[in-house]
Write a protein that binds this ligand. Structure first.
Ligand SMILES: Nc1ncnc2c1ncn2[C@@H]1O[C@H](COP(=O)(O)OP(=O)(O)O)[C@@H](O)[C@H]1O
Ligand SMILES: [Mg+2]
Length: 329
């Protein structure tokens, strides 16, 4: 199968293959600037079969204009652009979120079927109800027993869980990237303050090692924080039931063409089985999991044109790292 969107400078070769399988609800197209389909993946082919080889044909008349403007914006920009467009089959709930960039005079696009979004919304509504029920229960209990302090940590952690779920949902949907060119050290600093506070609260030993860099990366700070929060949450959740000292280590290091951020934990690690399924939307091994954290992290890193890597040794721990390219001076 041809991989169109995640080209070499964007994701490593192995990463590319994983992506192809993971995001099976994605449609990908490579277009000429005027919208003729040059290549597409299997899901994209379904649209081509139905509507022909012109991108604009995928849309009903009233959104075709939007689609045209979108193509124009893309062909004039080197940045990733995200737009929500609805395709012709929208009455079957197949609206499409397009995310694209141009390279070599071609436009590369990836679309998400909203069926997936619909499924996700249902999941999230469901997921939000659980912590809400718990919060309500504990508040009632503390009112009754007058032991508010006893229940406060649970209530706060449930509220945190709701924040994460909401943030993930928002990113998965329509929020645009807000990139700033910045020194990766600056990002490391805010990551460290975030991590050290969370680790302290959770009684986890935290340490870090950050190398100074003279170069800049293009970063959406909020999205990067979201990646770190997801990775941290996974690490903390992996410690559940662990009796020996829990440790989290953050490293920021300069590499040849970019900067690498990595987070290691000494949790239980993952079996090959789990590793193979990682990043598949909605894959989770937790009873309260949403299975969205890692696939979202991958999406955000891919939007930054970076690479994402997970390595894990059972009974020893897990390291998740991502690499962001430097902007050329
Ligand atoms: N640091 C980690 N240690 C062990 N397992 C992990 C770690 N991070 C992720 N995983 C595994 O990957 C799965 C998917 O993670 P994620 O996409 O964040 O969804 P969720 O946390 O909701 O399960 C988890 O259910 C867990 O099995
Ligand atoms: Mg998670």
């Amino acid at each position: 199968m041809i991989t169109i969107i995640y080209h070499d400078s964007f994701l490593s070769v192995t990463e590319k293959d994983q992506f192809e399988e993971q995001l099976s609800l994605e449609m990908r197209f490579c277009l000429t600037p005027d919208g003729r389909v040059l290549e597409c993946n299997k899901n994209g082919q379904a649209l081509v079969n139905q509507f022909g080889t012109h991108f604009l044909n995928f849309f009903s008349d009233h959104v075709a204009m939007e689609a045209k403007t979108y193509l124009k914006t893309l062909s004039e920009s080197n940045d990733i652009v995200t737009a929500l467009l609805q395709d012709k089959v929208s009455n079957h709930d197949l609206g499409t979120l397009y995310n694209g960039f141009s390279k070599d005079g071609k436009i590369n696009l990836v679309g998400y079927r909203t069926q997936m979004m619909t499924r996700l919304s249902a999941e999230f509504a469901h997921e939000l109800r659980n912590p809400l029920t718990i919060i309500k229960g504990f508040l009632q209990l503390s009112e009754y027993t007058k032991e508010y302090e006893k229940y406060q940590p649970v209530i706060l952690s449930e509220i945190d869980r709701m924040y994460t779920i909401l943030e993930n949902y928002l990113t998965m949907s329509f929020r645009k990237c807000n990139y700033k060119e910045m020194n990766p050290d600056a990002l490391c600093k805010s990551i460290i303050s975030l991590l050290s506070a969370e680790c302290m609260v959770n009684k986890v030993n935290f340490d870090y090692d950050v190398t100074y860099s003279e170069n800049y990366c293009k970063i959406d700070v909020n999205k990067m924080k979201q990646v770190m929060i997801n990775l941290l949450r996974n690490a903390l959740e992996s410690f559940e039931g662990q009796v020996f000292e829990k440790k989290i280590f953050f490293r920021g290091s300069v590499e040849d063409k970019g900067y690498r951020f990595s987070l290691s934990d000494n949790g239980p690690g993952m079996d090959t089985d789990v590793l193979n399924n990682l990043g598949q939307p909605l894959f989770t091994t937790k009873s309260k999991g949403t299975g969205i954290g890692l696939s979202l992290c991958k999406k955000i890193i891919a939007e930054h044109r970076g690479t994402f890597c997970v390595s894990s040794i059972p009974h020893q721990g897990t390291t998740v790292s991502f690499f962001l390219p430097f902007v050329s001076p």
